[in-house]
Design a protein around this ligand. Structure first.
Ligand code: ZN
Length: 321
């Protein structure tokens, strides 16, 4: 395998096609390393779900625009880590149909997606002080701007520092959930690498204001963690802290056609009507009422009319005490 990182100051790139190898060539999709002097090493990834395009657009811009002279440490930018998905408009890899964010820590002798995961967990995570994994709603969902993160006492970023980073990011919500080991951030935690994951936007289309918000939030976060100097103003958003568990998930009990009756970000009470699930045929019975199990804010809505049984119609976040 070719060397991944140059040690020279400045900017270097590597085509990620080299990681998946053997006949599955796609258009170039590059990792950019901007390296200048002493400071932390921060890895920022987008597109682990290929159809979540806001982070990919913003990270390509950053990879071009960030002046190495403003970097203090090493910034590793991967706009489209699951490029076999993103180059084809797909959430999943189009080589092996894998959901990349359930393939960690990966396998160097496995499928293309498992190799990409292994490349992150084996070759990049050990170099880093913080992983920033950027998501969006993609074609299936619209999501409120939210952030969450993980650390442990062996990570370079303390719990207090992580809370401060999330607090200053500029998202309306900070989410608290259990980590899942097969995700990028869950795998990072197992390797004592602190992480941040963000969500927001989509529903199949880009919104210019959301792109600008993501750009500014990321620049603020990178400045706060000490890897760049930035003149972006501090956020004035007072984030709302929410806990998301199983009781906050609202899956479709059967195939159906969704009519939401709540809006993203709205606060709903336990028992409140969230959506009507219309039958897809005359043989399907009545229209079902989907009601909330808990008091909470609506964080995520399915953006498509048709949903399959078991797919998420919406979820909520319950206020932290
Ligand atoms: Zn995602």
């Amino acid at each position: 395998m070719t060397p991944i990182l140059t040690t020279a100051a400045g900017r270097s790139t590597r085509d990620l096609n080299d990681v998946i190898a053997e006949g599955n060539r796609f258009l170039p999709d590059r990792m950019t390393v901007i390296d200048n002097g002493d400071g932390p090493t921060i890895l920022v990834c987008g597109g682990i779900h290929g159809d979540e395009y806001e982070p990919q657009v913003v990270l390509r811009r950053l990879a071009r625009e960030i002046d190495p002279g403003t970097v203090t440490g090493r910034l590793i930018i991967i706009p489209s880590i699951n490029f076999p998905g993103s180059q084809k408009g797909s959430r999943l890899s189009t080589i092996d149909d894998a959901n990349m964010n359930r393939t960690f820590p990966g396998d160097a002798d496995g499928t293309a997606t498992q190799r990409l995961s292994k490349f992150l967990s084996d070759e990049l995570f050990p170099l880093c002080d913080l992983l920033i994994d950027l998501h969006a709603g993609g074609t299936e969902y619209t999501v409120v701007p939210l952030i969450f993160g993980f650390t442990n006492p062996r990570c370079a970023v303390s719990e207090n520092q992580l809370e401060g980073l999330m607090e200053g990011w500029g998202t309306r919500f900070i989410q608290y959930i259990d980590s899942v080991p097969s995700t990028a951030v869950g795998c990072a935690l197992a390797q004592n690498l602190a992480s941040i994951e963000t969500e927001g936007g989509s529903g199949g289309a880009l919104d210019a204001a959301e792109l600008d918000e993501l750009h500014d939030a990321l620049m603020r976060g990178l400045a706060k963690v000490g890897v760049i100097r930035s003149t972006i103003a501090a956020s004035t958003v007072e984030p709302i802290r929410v806990r998301v568990g199983q009781e906050n998930q609202n899956p479709a009990p059967r195939d159906g056609i969704v009519q939401h009756v709540v809006a993203l970000g709205e606060f709903v009470r336990r028992g409140a009507l969230l959506a009507l699930l219309h039958p897809v045929s005359d043989g399907d019975g009545e229209c079902l009422q989907i009601r909330s199990n808990v008091d909470g804010y609506v964080l995520r809505l399915n953006a498509n009319a048709f949903v399959k049984a078991g797919a998420l119609i919406s979820n909520t976040g319950s206020l932290m005490n």
